[in-house]
Design a binder for this molecule. Structure first.
Ligand code: IDP
Length: 166
């Protein structure tokens, strides 16, 4: 399924964004990231605060099983509350990943000093945010976090010409 539709004279794409436990633990950082989303023309389609069990973390990051950071990653991602968003805008996947900056915090600080990970990231694992890396990943990840959400229904029915979920 292609996660886009033409409305309001622009093609909207959906992406899945997570604010990770390191950032949710700090209310001012959480608020700054929320404002960052709004100021960058994203429509907040859905938002959910949740805590993962370790098994959720293992399932979501299964592709990294065996990597040296895997245990640390699954432990961290199930260590406290996080916030997930379905975001929409034109080129949402690329725009959100550009806002986040590179995965590794030292690289983010060097190459994209104004990016989220450069500004707020603590370590390469505790790097503040997640964003889908393609439209296909977005569809899979949206289903993971928001099983009740129907992309098809949203594409067909809901009016995107407003900002929801402030
Ligand atoms: P991404 O989050 O930028 O898409 P991925 O390669 O998919 O990057 O890695 C998933 C997550 O695994 C990262 O966001 C980070 O939390 C963690 N991670 C990735 N590479 C490293 C590393 O080299 N050291 C420690 N943690 C890492």
């Amino acid at each position: 399924m292609i996660l886009t539709r033409l409305r309001c004279a622009r093609v909207l794409q959906l992406t899945l964004a997570i604010i990770k436990p390191d950032a949710v633990a700090h209310p001012l950082i959480l608020e700054a990231l929320h404002q960052n989303i709004l100021e960058n023309d994203f429509i907040i389609v859905r938002r959910k605060d949740l805590i993962w069990r370790r098994s959720d973390s293992e399932r979501f990051y299964a592709e990294h099983k065996g990597r040296f950071f895997y245990q640390r990653l699954v432990e961290f991602m199930s260590s406290g509350p996080m916030r997930a968003y379905i975001l929409a805008r034109d080129d949402a996947v690329t725009h959100w990943r550009e806002l986040m900056g590179p995965t590794k915090v030292y690289r983010a600080r060097y190459t994209s000093p104004r990016s989220i990970r450069a500004l707020y990231g603590l370590t390469d694992t505790r790097n503040t945010t997640h964003g889908s890396d393609s439209s296909e990943s977005a569809e899979r990840e949206i289903a993971f976090f928001f099983p009740e959400f129907s992309v098809q229904h949203w594409l067909e029915m809901e009016e995107p010409c407003f900002r929801a979920g402030h």
